[in-house]
Design a protein around this ligand. Structure first.
Ligand SMILES: Nc1ncnc2c1ncn2[C@@H]1O[C@H](COP(=O)(O)OP(=O)(O)OP(=O)(O)O)[C@@H](O)[C@H]1O
Ligand SMILES: [Mg+2]
Length: 421
């Protein structure tokens, strides 16, 4: 368990000033309580003031394809129309035949009905002497039916009232949704996007909406517009954690959310996933490092393992050690082509943080770790296959459940036995 203060120390706005020379350029924008209310509101929608960016203007669109394409397109269209007409004629003929058949059937049925009516009249004469009890029963049944009809009427009326209530409530909600409008925030965001050459990575106090990459125009963490940013923040379950559950793991929890929320906009860089590492610190000592992308085997990392370990260790001693307020924490770094180290993020030393190639149990077991030796763990050829937890938000559940070699073997066995449904 960790303290509330330790979690607060990991907020971006808490550490950025101290480490700004060693991290990605970023701007911090304070968020109003109305904006937080908008983020917490059910449903993914944009404030009334936000417009989708015009990515394709009409004249750009018509530039696609030349005249030959256009002629081909027209010919193909005409062929399609001719085929459709032929099909329609065939259908009409079929319908006419069906109608004729129906008429014949009607005729036969009518004749049969006439015969039946004659028989009925004969029977009716025979039954004239039926007893009164039957009539009474009929009356009773009629009465029952009337009652049922009335009940149905009441049910329908109730349903109608409920529908009306829903419609009215939705109208009120729509009205409230239209009341969200943040023109000055939008302007600030647009200015930062321009400053950072068109692409930024958004984040709240702790978290980046990586699970909502599907909603951005780039399909990645990079956002090029206000609508990308708002929609990814609103669609993200990770952001929901920042908004409502940031202190759930704290032994001294006194609040549900921090006093202030900020929107962090970081300049976007096309980072190589192989060059990201997560570092684990206990009692201000770095003792374990994991490949950040723990799903892929990068053979070249093994060749340079010692160089990278030394680089990270030196960077930690020079820049981070004793300068970050927590005793225990994790930090993520990126190593550039020129072997410079940059901080990506800090995080709490707690089970809520992904331990990647380690298990939390072993990380917390102090006896396991040699005081002076740091372990850099990489994916090797024999490491059982893992999927990135983020894939949960991209693929069907069955795929996500194939998280280790045992699960995959089980899947294969079931499939072979034909038991997979
Ligand atoms: N400025 C950036 N440019 C490019 N990619 C970025 C940038 N910032 C973050 N990323 C990518 O997004 C990932 C997550 O970033 P970050 O650690 O800030 O978010 P997070 O929500 O704290 O994620 P996690 O919980 O996994 O630590 C990074 O590992 C990196 O791959
Ligand atoms: Mg992080």
């Amino acid at each position: 368990m960790i303290s509330q203060q330790e979690v607060l120390n990991c907020m971006f706005q808490s550490w950025y000033q101290s480490f700004r020379k060693h991290t990605i350029k970023s701007k911090i924008i304070k968020l109003s309580s109305k904006f937080i209310e908008y983020l917490k509101e059910d449903g993914v929608f944009l404030p009334s003031s936000v417009k989708f960016p015009e990515r394709f203007r009409e004249e750009d669109f018509w530039k696609i394809g030349d005249e030959d394409d256009e002629n081909q397109f027209i010919n193909e269209n005409q062929n399609q129309i001719q085929n459709q007409n032929q099909n329609e004629n065939q259908n009409q003929n079929q319908n006419q035949n069906q109608n004729q058949n129906q008429n014949q059937n009607q005729f036969i049925n009518e004749n049969q009905n006439q015969n039946q009516n004659q028989n009925k009249n004969q029977n009716e004469n025979q039954i004239e002497n039926q007893n009164e009890n039957q009539n009474q029963n009929q009356n009773q049944n009629q009465f029952k039916n009337q009652n049922q009809n009335e009940n149905q009427k009441i049910d329908l009326n109730q349903l109608y009232q409920m529908d009306l209530k829903n419609i009215q409530e939705n109208e009120v909600k729509d009205k409230q949704k239209n009341e969200y409008s943040f023109p000055s925030l939008e302007k600030e965001i647009e200015e930062v996007i321009k400053l950072y050459e068109g692409k930024v990575v958004p984040k709240l106090n702790w978290t980046c909406p990586r699970d909502a990459n599907w909603v951005t125009s780039s399909g990645s963490v990079a956002c090029d517009s206000v609508s990308d940013i708002f929609l990814s923040l609103k669609s993200s379950i990770h952001i929901h954690h920042d908004l409502n559950h940031a202190f759930d793991f704290c032994y001294d929890k006194t609040m549900d959310s921090p006093e202030e929320f900020v929107l962090v906009l970081r300049k976007y860089y096309p980072l190589l996933p192989s060059m990201e590492f997560r570092c684990f610190v206990r009692s201000q000592k770095l003792f374990a490092i994991s490949q950040r992308d723990h799903t892929t085997y990068y053979f070249f990392l093994h060749e340079k393992k010692d160089i990278y370990l030394k680089l990270i260790q030196e960077f930690f001693q020079k820049v981070i050690q004793n300068n970050f307020p927590n005793e225990n924490y994790i930090f993520d770094i990126y190593i550039t082509k020129n072997q410079r180290v940059f901080i990506i993020d800090f995080g709490p030393f707690s089970e809520f943080t992904d331990s990647l190639l380690f298990e939390w149990e072993e990380l917390k077991n102090q006896e396991k770790w040699n005081e002076n030796k740091i372990e850099l763990r990489l994916v090797n050829k024999n490491t059982p296959l893992r999927t990135d937890p983020i894939t949960e938000f991209r693929y069907p559940q069955d795929y996500v459940e194939l998280h280790d070699s045992i699960a995959i073997q089980k899947f294969v066995d079931l499939f072979r036995e034909g038991k997979f449904d």
